[in-house]
Write a protein that binds this ligand. Structure first.
Ligand SMILES: [Zn+2]
Length: 110
C-alpha cells in the first residue's frame, strides 16, 4: 500500500490517498475543498485494455482505432491523459460489439 500523500490546495494539510478504513480521501477535512486527484498515466494494464476493447470487442481495424485516438488528440494510446481516456471510451461505448466478439470466436493476438 502506498504511503504517498497529497496536500490541500488551501491549507496545505497533507492527506494520504486513503484513510485508515481504506476509503479514498477526496476533500480536505477542514476546508472541504477537493484534493488533486491521483496522477493518471497509461500503464501496461490500461494500454492492453484499450487494445482489447477497440480491436477485439468493437472489432475496429487498426486504422479505425488510430483515427479514434487522433480524434481525442493523441497518436498512441500511451499518451492518453485521464480526460482523453474517458472521452475515448465515452465514444467507444456507442459502437456495437463485434459479432465475432459476441460469439467468443475472436481473440486478440498477444
Ligand atoms: Zn485544507
Amino acid at each position: 500500500m502506498s504511503t504517498r500523500t497529497r496536500p490541500c490546495p488551501r491549507c496545505g494539510t497533507r492527506y494520504p490517498f486513503r484513510d485508515a478504513a481504506g476509503k479514498t480521501i477526496t476533500h480536505c477535512r477542514s476546508c472541504r475543498v477537493p484534493l488533486r486527484p491521483k496522477r493518471f498515466h497509461m500503464n501496461k494494464r490500461r494500454t492492453r485494455w484499450v487494445h482489447i476493447y477497440f480491436l477485439s470487442r468493437k472489432g475496429l481495424t487498426y486504422h479505425e482505432y488510430k483515427l479514434r485516438l487522433q480524434a481525442v488528440g493523441v497518436d498512441t494510446c500511451k499518451d492518453l491523459n485521464r480526460e482523453q481516456y474517458a472521452r475515448l471510451f465515452r465514444e467507444g461505448r456507442k459502437l456495437p460489439d463485434s459479432p465475432k466478439w459476441k460469439t467468443g470466436k475472436r481473440r486478440i493476438a498477444a
